[in-house]
Ligand binder design. Structure first.
Ligand code: FPP
Length: 241
């Protein structure tokens, strides 16, 4: 059911979401912050299903940033547990629904039980052709760009790449998002209006949608609203219409 008049032929190919406000949601209900993250996983289920229904190709979720390690250990442990439990419990169902799981970010720094679940999930879903659920885990855009620069320099030094041939596409193709390219629409919940080190290079021509709603209260209808607003924007990519 569509609550908004969405044109199904113009659904964004790639939606990226900064899932913000779990802590504030929990606080407003006198619950621990971790309860907000648990409720946030429920929203992930709803949003992923809706992306499948609408034909979104890539859904990138900012699940854990390189800066999130600064949070209390209990909160970090809860987030890691939620990730591994989600994958353990749902990867089969996701596979049945043709969802492909991928990640961006340095997952080797995650606890081994998370890395194991992630590797199982990649392996099981790697040939799926439905929605690509791309989890940004221990991800930071500056870190990703720095790694791209290092790899470009290495490949230039060993003669694999000619300095004359380096252009913007070269950089795009050395980032961890190389196979999915830039997001058409970036959504951030909970009122903040910043990128917080998310997809800095890729966001150059993305449309932004900000909502005051906390992530645990975001739902299918809210996603439709974001897509509806996106479809009524005028994307010119720096040119004239
Ligand atoms: C931001 O809210 C949310 C996060 C830092 C983590 C989001 C992670 C999940 C919803 C669960 C991850 C699990 C899977 C399955 C990928 P906040 O804590 O910054 O909220 P606040 O700004 O109100 O404090």
């Amino acid at each position: 059911m569509n609550s908004y008049d969405i044109d199904l032929n113009k659904v964004p190919t790639h939606i990226a979401i900064i899932m913000d406000g779990n802590g504030r949601w929990a606080k407003s209900k006198f619950l621990p912050r971790t309860a907000g993250h648990k409720a946030g996983v429920e929203t992930i289920r709803k949003v992923l299903k809706e992306c499948q229904r609408l034909g979104v190709k890539h859904l990138t979720l900012y699940a854990f940033s390189t800066e999130n390690w600064k949070r209390p250990k209990l909160e970090v442990d809860t987030l890691m547990n939620l990730l591994s439990t989600y994958l353990k419990k749902e990867v089969r169902e996701l596979h049945k629904n043709n969802v492909k799981i991928s990640t961006i970010g340095d997952i080797d720094k995650l606890p081994k039980y998370c890395v194991d679940e992630l590797e199982r999930a990649y392996e099981l879903t790697k040939f799926n052709t439905g929605v690509n659920l791309n989890l940004a885990l221990n991800y930071g855009a500056r870190y990703d760009i720095k790694n791209a620069v290092i790899d470009i320099v290495k490949d230039t030094k060993c003669g694999k790449l000619d300095i004359e041939d380096i252009n913007e596409d070269t950089i795009t193709n050395y980032l961890s998002t190389k196979s999915i390219k830039e997001p058409d629409l970036i959504i951030r919940t909970s009122g903040e209006q910043r990128l917080s080190n998310f997809l800095l290079w890729e966001a150059a021509y993305s449309e932004f949608y900000f909502t005051d709603i906390h992530w645990p209260d975001f739902n299918e209808e809210q996603l439709q609203k974001a897509i509806y607003v996106y479809q009524n924007r005028d994307r010119r990519f720096g040119g004239l219409k």
